[in-house]
Ligand binder design. Structure first.
Ligand SMILES: [Zn+2]
Ligand SMILES: [Zn+2]
Length: 164
């Protein structure tokens, strides 16, 4: 199982770097600059609802969707781009309840983040968050049917290997 998990991470990183290649190539002509990889600790909030009290914004989340955002300990706000690697934030409330460590790409001139990896903090220790198919031994980053056998994948939260 551990080797599968490693394979999943390696694949995710490969995918991320594969996606970043054309972006890097464009950077020469992009005055905004390069995206950089960051690791952020915080909790998920809905930015629209966060503005309701102090600024009297009227949320319409039920029809327009939540603007899920990572709020860090120093109250900085990093909205999640609605990409597939971030899908679990919308699909699984556990991601919105836990204190998270998010590895992501941060883009120039905005605070929007593209999720690469989700981890959680439990009892002061870093855990990996993912889904797993016990039949096929395949990891996934979001709930739903296993891409192989179509059985539902199971949520997993296991101590991260980078714990010290
Ligand atoms: Zn909302
Ligand atoms: Zn399966």
């Amino acid at each position: 199982m551990k080797s599968n998990r490693r394979q999943f991470i390696a694949t995710s990183l490969l995918t991320a770097s594969a996606f970043s290649l054309p972006v890097a190539a464009q950077d020469k002509t992009n005055p905004a600059g390069e995206a950089r990889t960051v690791s952020l600790r915080g909790r998920v909030i809905c930015y629209t609802e966060e503005l309701q009290k102090p600024y009297q914004v009227i949320p319409d989340c039920e029809t327009r969707g939540h603007v899920y955002t990572l709020k860090t300990g120093d109250s900085r706000l990093y909205p999640f781009l609605p990409v597939d690697t971030a899908a679990a934030v919308w699909m699984d409330e556990r991601y919105r309840q836990r204190e998270l460590q998010v590895t992501a790409r941060l883009f120039p001139q905005t605070n929007f983040i593209e999720v690469i990896k989700f981890q959680s903090w439990r009892n002061g220790k870093l855990h990996d968050l993912y889904y797993f198919c016990d039949v096929c031994y395949i990891s996934s980053h979001k709930p739903g049917p296993c891409e192989c056998c179509q059985d539902p994948v199971q949520f997993r939260e296991t101590p991260a290997e980078d714990n010290k």
